[in-house]
Design a protein around this ligand. Structure first.
Ligand code: SAM
Ligand code: SF4
Ligand code: SF4
Length: 371
């Protein structure tokens, strides 16, 4: 086997300045990028730390005790996050997803949830407010999150077999506690709960059918995610990607499936229903079937940088504006200007980009900007 070279780069330092344009750009509730994609979905990372070390995301060799996590003062405060989110909402965002790192590690997260739950879309509706978690702390926190106004959760779970799960999270965390977390989320009314499984060939494909069987008929939608080449530390290789079409074939061999329509524009998952009416599964195929054409997602890093794509190298420093005394209008104009210039579509271009340029290109880590 060839040796993997894992570059150690700190992309967080490479910030782009978020310039306030000379001519203000008023918030109209619709902001289009260069490919006419509206801004609708904001993913907010609330911490760059995690209690798991999934090898596809935060491999232990890199994210060890000497890793330079951000100091607390660098993180946006809850008030700063809420202010920035409000400005995004005025530009048409109607879905907020809290993520990380592991978002439930951020102390008193329910206070942030309560603040965000107060926001209203431009047409006066509550936002779709959700959170992605590894589920390890969910049993303890589900009720408080629900009471604070969180609507739904997505839990990441890569297998049911305890040994497989412990080895994938690489901190020996037992699967039973995540299953307790999922049950607590359902009991608290944080539904419909979704479960995301990253499938890595040679690691957990034998967990596909047990996972499908377990969640079928439970009211939980299981979604299979193709292992992606995000970041620069996971040693990604194409031969470890199991294409969604193959995953679907495995499931359909045991449980016949029928295709469903996409539920919303910008929806990342291709949805299929069990033919017997016992629920649905989804496939997120960023590698084999790019969905950049209607990508309406922006990402706000833990320290307030705006990223226009999961595979971006640099983010725009909104914190500089927030802490530098800029008005809401100025920050809103800067965001508008940045989004209007957006042409990112990495997944569509994957494979067509010059290998030399790509191999040297820095890429932000998923644990820093969230999924
Ligand atoms: N810690 C939380 C969790 O695991 O749900 C939230 C952050 S995590 C970065 C968000 C999602 O990204 C998870 O569902 C995780 O499985 C997914 N993810 C991380 N690295 C990935 C990779 N290389 N390919 C595909 N999905 C990945
Ligand atoms: Fe942590 Fe989530 Fe990344 Fe796993 S996928 S290491 S749980 S941030
Ligand atoms: Fe959106 Fe970038 Fe993913 Fe394409 S590659 S769907 S533009 S985040």
């Amino acid at each position: 086997m060839s040796e993997r070279v894992i570059p150690l780069v700190d992309q967080r330092l490479a910030a782009l300045s978020a310039a306030v344009p000379g001519t203000p750009v008023p918030a109209t509730g619709t902001l289009l990028d260069r490919m006419h994609r509206p801004l609708r979905d904001l993913r907010i990372s609330v911490t760059d730390r995690c209690n798991f070390r999934c090898s596809y995301c935060m491999p232990k060799e890199v994210f060890d005790k000497d890793y330079p996590y951000l100091p607390h003062a660098a993180l946006l405060s809850f008030e700063e996050i809420t202010r920035v989110a409000r400005i995004f909402v005025a530009h048409g965002v109607h879905k907020l997803r809290l993520t990380g790192g592991e978002p439930l590690l951020r102390k008193n997260l329910e206070i942030l949830v309560a603040q965000l739950a107060e926001l209203r879309t431009v047409d006066g509706k509550p936002l779709d407010l959700t959170l992605t978690t590894n589920g390890s702390l969910l049993a303890r926190k589900a009720r408080a999150l629900k009471e604070a106004g969180l609507q739904r959760v997505t839990v990441s779970l890569d297998g049911l077999d305890d040994a497989v799960f412990r080895s994938m999270n690489d901190v020996d965390f037992p699967v039973a506690q995540v299953l307790d977390g999922i049950a607590a989320a359902q009991a608290a009314g944080l539904g419909p709960v979704k479960v995301n499984m990253v499938v890595k060939r040679g690691t957990n494909e034998h967990e596909i059918l047990p996972m499908a069987r377990h969640f079928k008929g439970s009211g939980i939608a299981l979604r299979f995610i193709e292992y992606m080449d995000v970041g620069a530390t996971n040693g990604w290789r194409m031969d470890e990607v199991l294409p969604s079409a193959e995953v679907r074939r495995v499931i359909a061999s045991a449980f016949p499936l029928v295709p469903l329509d996409h539920s919303a524009q910008g929806e990342t998952a291709e949805r299929w229903a069990y033919a017997d009416g016992s629920g649905e599964v989804g496939f997120i195929s960023s590698v084999t079937q790019a969905f950049c054409g209607d990508c309406n997602r922006a990402r706000l890093s833990t320290e307030g940088k705006l990223y226009l794509c999961l595979f971006a190298s640099n983010g725009y420093d909104l914190r500089e504006l927030v802490r530098g005394g800029a008005s809401d209008e100025e920050i809103g104009s800067a965001i508008a200007h940045i989004w209007q210039g957006r042409a990112d579509r990495y997944s569509q271009l994957r494979g067509t980009l010059p290998a030399a340029a790509e191999s040297g290109r820095k890429r932000v880590e998923m644990s820093y900007i969230g999924g």
